[in-house]
Design a protein around this ligand. Structure first.
Ligand code: CTP
Length: 401
């Protein structure tokens, strides 16, 4: 996980939204981050330092000094890999924009050598006030990053702009904007996910069962390694939390093929989509009415996208395919590896408990020309990380040749 072992200094100021800091601390701890908290005195009215101390497994800093001992703001500022001030009040914003230093949090901010992220929270009128706008611009000009306020019901009861963004979104912001790895920086990645739907008539289709979960997890794991990710997805309920992943939504195999060849120059391709192998030769203009005891559909083969990309593989390109098998799993996957000129095939078997459609877990083996690596049953997110680790170990970018 990208926040694992990262040192996060959380600054909390005196806003009603400070209660969300409790959830934020829990999520940060769950992500594996180490946390230190600095609060303003006013923040104590909204959230208990004791609760925050227990959850963060650390002391909470408020005063310049305690028990005749100095809280070293320079040390705190230098300790952090990132400082996140959430919620940021209008008052602290104004002080930060003007270089004021009348509490410990401001002194830590001024001493920081790491990136600083702020998540404001205030009533709409305050948020829209020209002085707030000016202060925000100043803060950005100093190099601080801002997580925009959200719209919704505010503490005053008014519906408007000014809500603190949700703790989950703050975690996503940190993963995407502060702690994204750089191993695949500058690399273009193409991932396919989900099913394709082949229309029979305006209301019916044939297709494979697929939730898209595995493909989305792989796209996100590659993105967190720094790659530019294009995700070509069939119809799924999946959403990505990362703004930087480009999603191309398609419905049928031909649209997926067109989208993939447009990005045929990608450095890494992972074809996890469950592409329909056959599509109706003719799509009826009108809904087919129920008539006889049986119905014959005339189907024609779709283009094999992976096979096409494998046949047109460029120097240095790495192509991974998937195989979902019900029998002779290994030999079928090895055959696909050869037929489709892939660098590896990620095999899942329908015979494994916990693997397959709609599940949150999967069990895979990665097969290449020389070896078979089998993994235990894991969450799809963990499986995606295993696949990405395998790709990083085996992908040799052409620019390094
Ligand atoms: N694939 C593809 N285009 C198709 C069919 C499959 O790109 N028209 C890709 C899948 O995304 C997957 C791999 O090929 O990465 C294997 O898919 P699978 O359905 O298991 O294999 P098929 O070649 O379709 O063979 P079969 O259905 O006979 O097992």
């Amino acid at each position: 996980m990208s926040l694992k072992n990262k040192k996060v200094l959380l600054g909390i100021t005196g806003s009603i939204a400070a209660y969300k800091a409790i959830l934020l601390v829990r999520l940060l701890i769950k992500s594996g981050a180490e946390i230190k908290i600095v609060m303003t005195k006013a923040a104590q009215d909204f959230v208990s330092p004791l609760v925050l101390s227990v959850l963060s497994k650390n002391k909470v800093y408020i005063e310049w000094q305690e028990d005749n001992e100095w809280n070293n703001h320079v040390e705190l500022g230098r300790w952090a890999d990132v400082i996140i001030i959430a919620p940021l009040t209008c008052n602290t914003l104004s002080k930060m924009a003007n270089g004021a230093c009348d509490n410990l949090l401001l002194a830590v901010y001024l001493s920081a050598t790491c990136p600083v992220v702020v998540a404001p929270a205030m009533d709409e009128e305050m948020w829209l006030h020209p002085s707030t706008k000016k202060n925000m611009e100043q803060l950005i000009a100093y190099g601080n990053q801002v997580i925009e306020v959200k719209g919704g019901e505010l503490a005053s009861g008014i519906i408007g702009q000014g809500r603190l963004t949700e703790p989950e979104d703050i975690i996503t912001f940190l993963e995407e904007n502060i702690f994204r790895d750089s191993q695949l920086k500058g690399m273009k990645v193409l991932v396919t996910a989900g099913p394709t739907y082949e229309a029979i008539d305006p209301v019916r289709f044939i297709g494979n069962r697929s939730s898209g979960k595995m493909g989305f997890a792989i796209a996100e794991a590659l993105y967190l390694k720094g790659a530019d990710v294009i995700l070509v997805s069939g119809t799924t309920n999946e959403r990505t939390r990362f703004k930087g992943i480009e999603i191309i939504k398609i419905e049928n195999a031909d649209e997926m093929f067109q989208a993939c060849i447009q990005h045929g120059s990608a450095d890494i391709m992972v074809m996890s989509a469950a592409v329909a192998d056959y599509t109706p030769l003719i799509i009826a203009d009108q809904k087919i009415k129920k008539q006889g005891e049986s119905l014959e559909l005339n189907l024609t083969k779709t283009k094999d996208i992976l096979k096409y990309l494998g046949a047109h593989k460029k120097t240095g390109q790495f192509i991974a395919g998937f195989a979902l098998e019900t029998e002779n799993e290994i030999s079928n996957a090895q055959q696909k590896l050869m037929d489709k000129n892939a660098d590896c095939i990620i095999l899942n078997s329908m015979n494994d408990n916990g693997a397959g459609f709609e599940k949150d877990t999967n069990k895979v083996s990665i097969i290449n020309q020389k070896s078979i690596i089998s993994f235990e049953i894991k969450s799809k997110k963990e499986v995606a990380n295993d696949i990405v680790t395998y790709i990083l170990d085996n992908f040799i970018p052409s620019r390094a040749e």
